[in-house]
Write a protein that binds this ligand. Structure first.
Ligand code: NDP
Length: 364
């Protein structure tokens, strides 16, 4: 199959229209020697899509911006130097699609931290100047390092949220807890797309998992996902007083900072334990924290970005073996359904991930 010169997608012209995508056609980026081209099958809706469309992190780089970075598709073409992926394979692409592959980070399984990394959308290709377009679209192109073969046991719609949400929580969990977390207590804050997968992966690694949510409305579902305990921070005032010295690791997956008192979370960590925030609010929002919050237990604060290909392959294998599945609502993709899903996700009305499907009908 040849690669079409023009791709189709659902894009927006400006941030005010963040939830009013329209069908757009655009020139494709050129296919480089290490690139893989997918005909897209489905794509998840990540909280980052909304931050980006609203211009909450940076200005929109195009006036036909297509987002989406939880992409599953069928390989229709590969560059001449691609070795391990072939036409016909089913693969996924997450939130990054290229990096230099030459720096120390790229060579040591930290390629997502490359200073030249290219995001899957709204990001400039350092070779061609092309502004990348995401996966609410007919086709996607990525460097082979950012293309992950999908195990047969995982259906496409189930695999999609693993490309970004799954990998983003899996990487800091294994980096901080190792592959066997038995006997360790882990807190997961914000039970959305990322958080509900973090509960499942932390449980699969053997940890004792405590879910934190602003209200108790997700309690039963969080326990079903594998949480052993649940704290509704907006309803249980001074919850931290009964959890002193309890946590080996806390992972924040919330997309905002409302009601998130960092000092309370730091106070319940064990000595030398760490609080990692993968959740990212609008760029102007900041945490308030007292230097005294770190002194009582020598705790640390940090963050984490996506995950490496090595971690992605391990995560997919674990998901297939242990039957770890995102809870999804499938949405056949149209301009209207895309806008509705963006609005509903922004309002917190999703349990727990939208996945756009039926791309063949929308783009053929
Ligand atoms: P979702 O919208 O699916 O879930 C976010 C959850 O955060 C909600 O379910 C809610 O949990 C909580 N929340 C929502 N609004 C607020 C608010 N204003 N203040 C405090 N908490 C809030 O988003 P995702 O799971 O897709 O993404 C979560 C975050 O992770 C986003 O900021 C996203 O940009 C970021 N992200 C970061 C990546 C990285 O590499 N570091 C990669 C991908 C995403 P509850 O109701 O339980 O309180």
């Amino acid at each position: 199959m040849t690669v079409p010169q023009q791709f189709k997608g659902f894009g927006i012209d400006k941030a005010e229209n963040w939830n009013k995508p329209q069908l757009v056609k655009y020139e494709a980026n050129q296919v480089a020697s290490h690139d893989v081209v997918l005909e897209n099958i489905c794509c998840g809706l990540c909280g980052s899509d909304i931050h980006t469309l609203k211009g909450a992190w940076s200005p929109l780089q195009r006036n036909d911006l297509v987002v989406g970075h939880e992409i599953i598709g069928k390989v229709i073409a590969v560059g001449k130097d691609v070795k391990d992926i072939k036409v016909g394979d089913r693969c996924g692409i997450g939130a990054c699609s290229k990096s230099c592959m030459d720096c120390e980070r790229c060579k040591t399984d930290n390629e997502q931290y490359c200073n030249k990394k290219v995001g899957t959308y709204n990001s400039e290709d350092f070779d061609t100047g092309y502004i990348s377009q995401g996966g609410y679209s007919s086709h996607s192109i990525a460097h082979e390092q950012y293309v992950f073969p999908i195990p047969e046991a995982l259906e496409s719609a189930v695999a999609a949220p693993l490309m970004c949400a799954g990998l983003t929580v899996f990487s800091p969990l294994v980096r901080n807890l190792g592959e066997d977390a038995k006997g360790k207590t882990v807190g997961i804050i914000g039970i959305g797309g990322l958080g509900h997968l973090a509960i499942q992966f932390a449980n699969a690694l053997g940890a004792n998992v405590v879910a934190f949510s602003r209200s108790s409305s997700k309690k039963d579902q969080a326990l079903q996902m594998g949480a052993h305990d649940f704290i509704a921070t907006g309803e249980q005032k001074n919850w931290n007083t009964s959890y002193a010295n309890k946590f080996d690791f806390i992972l924040n997956c919330a997309s905002g900072i409302d009601g998130l008192n960092l000092n309370d979370y730091l106070s319940v960590l064990k000595v030398d334990a760490k609080f990692v925030s993968v959740g990212l609010p609008p760029v102007a929002d900041t945490f308030e924290v007292s230097p005294f919050s770190f002194i009582g237990n020598a705790c640390s604060f940090g963050s984490s970005l996506l995950g490496s290909k090595k971690e992605a392959l391990y995560m997919l294998q674990l998901a297939a073996e242990k039957n770890i599945k995102p809870w999804i609502e499938e949405v056949p993709i149209t301009a209207e359904s895309c806008g509705t899903a963006l609005t509903r996700c922004d309002e917190g009305d999703v349990r727990y991930r939208f996945v756009f499907t039926e791309f063949d009908k929308a783009f053929n």
